[in-house]
Design a binder for this molecule. Sequence first.
Ligand code: ADP
Ligand code: MG
Length: 232
Amino acid sequence: MSRETILEMKNIVKDYSGFKAVDNVNFSMHKGEIVAIIGPSGSGKSTLLRCINGLNSITSGQIELKGTTGMVFQHFNLFPHMTCAENITYAPIKVKKEKKENAYEEAHKLLKMVGLESKANVYPAHLSGGQKQRIAIARALAMKPDIMLFDEPTSALDPEITGEVLNVMKLLAKEHTTMIVVTHEMGFAKEVADRVIFMDGGVIVEEGTPKEIFDNPENERLISFLGSMLRA
Ligand code: ADP
Ligand code: MG
């Protein structure tokens, strides 16, 4: 793994009228690293991701990001009036000014990678949730971001189809795609992440290797969170 720092966040605070959704977070990652963020609902995971990609302004602190981000949301956020291929090629053509034929060629490679070659000309309404999310991943990848951010990409899916999305993410992990994944899939985090971060109350309570976090958790709140995930 390259040791080149790609993201560095220092003393990040995001305050909503006196309430600190993110409260003095320090975090950095290397190129090629795969970080999983776990934690209870409301702990500031989405807010932190949105601070990284600029969807949220930060109240205080410093962010140094070397490159660009792509984001995959819980609810896909595909453009409903565009086909899958149009969803994927839209930003490369509009924002990056790529040639149409190049953008479509790349889109076909991405569709193949996510296993949905046959859906190029289909509208999102005709896809299952798992298929929508795989298109959303292809769309984010089309911009060739330096970091991929995933915000609970499988939470809106039926349990039996989370696997098809997780498999695509495992493929990206194998290719050493730099990624931050907010997830409730503890098995996935354990298998794929280089580092796991546990957030609660807007702070990073504990972080470590999957082994440290899952097999040897130290903080009481983490222990109780992992217990609640097992019972779920
Ligand atoms: P998580 O993703 O871990 O479930 P969030 O980052 O969405 O948590 O939210 C963290 C806290 O910040 C929650 O208490 C939430 O209600 C609050 N919050 C998030 N967005 C806003 C907002 N736009 N305005 C006010 N409070 C917010
Ligand atoms: Mg969230």
